[in-house]
Design a protein around this ligand. Structure first.
Ligand code: AP5
Ligand code: MG
Length: 229
């Protein structure tokens, strides 16, 4: 249990299908909230790069577009939540992905006297998701996100922010994208329903410009046009 004088944890969940824009929006929203951006996909990709036991296990599922089993995913996420920089809260991207993960998060937060404050669902139709993923490029250094059609870098093949080489994710091959869509969209609907029942679900139209989606997300969090810190 959290000590009585501890600051409350601010936990916000970004929900949305593969390619809906979670990774594009999360760094901006996290900066406004003053909490770290925690993405289970990024944690798994780092584990794969490191060749750790979690990475070796996760790779098998990720390259097939399948969810990594809950026991591995939940343990990794809870470990990340216990880091010092998450003491005041986190912006979650890509977790929870199914009802079991949502319930495990509720229990872990309740033990700290906290709960999910808001869940923001970025809504984009499936056919648009497939189009976006086939033209996505990410930076090799930090995973900053670009799109050849809708959000190109200033210099071809280079990240605007850190100059690193842009690469395509292994799981953005058309077959893997189709598998991810088929496997993830229905369990995401369960997660949305879970948070709707708790009264913390807000939907944002993800088919607008990236800037407009940012403004709508900040408005739902009642942050408005507050300058980034
Ligand atoms: P993860 O990395 O989380 O992948 P995902 O959910 O499939 O989501 P993406 O990262 O593909 O999309 P995004 O919403 O971040 O979109 P982005 O901003 O990049 O997970 C990868 C894998 O790890 C999973 O398949 C699974 O195996 C495993 N995993 C992760 N979490 C797990 C969990 N909780 N449980 C079990 N397994 C887990 O944008 C996409 C493109 O669109 C970009 O090119 C971008 O520039 C463009 N774009 C963004 N916004 C707009 C806009 N408004 N208009 C036009 N284009 C836009
Ligand atoms: Mg992402």
């Amino acid at each position: 249990m959290t000590p009585a004088d501890a600051r409350p944890m601010k936990v916000v969940v970004l929900l949305g299908g593969p390619g809906s824009g979670k990774g594009t929006q999360a760094p901006i929203i996290a900066k406004h909230l003053g909490v770290p951006h925690v993405a289970t996909g990024d944690l798994f990709r780092a584990a794969v790069r490191d060749g750790s036991p979690v990475g070796l296990e996760a790779r098998h599922y990720m390259e097939r577009g399948q969810l990594v089993p809950d026991d591995i995913t939940i343990a990794m996420l809870l470990d990340r939540l216990s880091a010092d920089d998450a003491a005041d809260g986190v912006l979650l991207d890509g977790f929870p992905r199914n009802r079991a993960q949502a319930e495990a998060l509720d229990v872990a937060l309740a033990e700290r006297g906290a709960a999910v404050a808001s869940t923001l669902d970025i809504e984009v139709p499936a056919e648009e998701l497939v189009r976006r993923l086939s033209s996505r490029w990410v930076c090799s250094e930090a995973g900053h996100v670009y799109n050849a059609l809708t959000n190109p870098p200033r210099e071809a093949g280079r990240c605007d922010l850190d100059g690193s080489e842009l690469i395509q994710r292994e799981d953005d091959q058309p077959e893997t994208v189709r598998a991810r869509m088929a496997l993830t969209l229905s369990s995401l609907a369960d997660v949305a329903e879970h948070y709707r029942t708790l009264g913390v679900l807000r939907a944002v139209d993800g088919q607008q410009s990236i800037d407009q989606v940012t403004q709508d997300l900040l408005a739902e969090l009642a942050i408005g046009d507050a300058p980034a810190g």
